[in-house]
Design a protein around this ligand. Sequence first.
Ligand code: MN
Length: 245
Amino acid sequence: MINPTPPMIGVSSSTSKNKAGSILCSVGQAYIQAIQRAGGIPLIIPVGIDPSNLQSLTSRLDGVLFTGGGDIRPQYYGGENHPKVSGLDLERDRLEFELLKPALEMDLPLLAICRGIQVLNVGLGGTLYTHIQDQLPGAIKHDWYPDFPRDRIAHTVSVVQESKLHYILGESEVSVNSLHHQGIEKLGHGLKPVATAPDGLVEAVEVMDARFALGVQWHPECLPDSIPMQRLFKAFVDACIPQSA
Ligand code: MN
């Protein structure tokens, strides 16, 4: 069999500023490496892209990775304001919601990580805890950042049997890192919860009826030595491989 064409995977970016004060489009290297390790070609989708160009770009992609980052503006989902809400990037919010809609309509494979699962949930009409610690009774610590290594194992998640995630990971329980202070409160339309933390927080969702549309609240790209997390990226990139005509 000939090697399949490596799929081109759009990676959502964020805005940052360098020391000289210039505004940059940024993507963590770990995402780029994880996609390439699994056989895909990463392509950064810049914050600031025109909506018409975004549409044209999306139609040429084989898959989309929604990356982690700051909080979504709570107004998008009627969320309770909280002093811990941080890292708002309104242009990024707009870009990612504009990207999500056609991606779902085209049934493009998508993997949504950390902030990404929250974008997926809010984009489908769900809501978020704006600060888990104050709003989810009995919550464990999920915000192992910024003073901890990003690959620090923070808690387990139990994976729902017979879910796509379970099939991919090959495990009913996996150990994950946890670098978030927000999380899914009410599920968006058409989402199925497929993994939960020990305190009951939803940590992974699947879009029902999609070819491959999966969100995880942890950061698999920061766990390159975890075999289940390697399997997750491999399954995503494989799902993105263009079907030959
Ligand atoms: Mn967590």
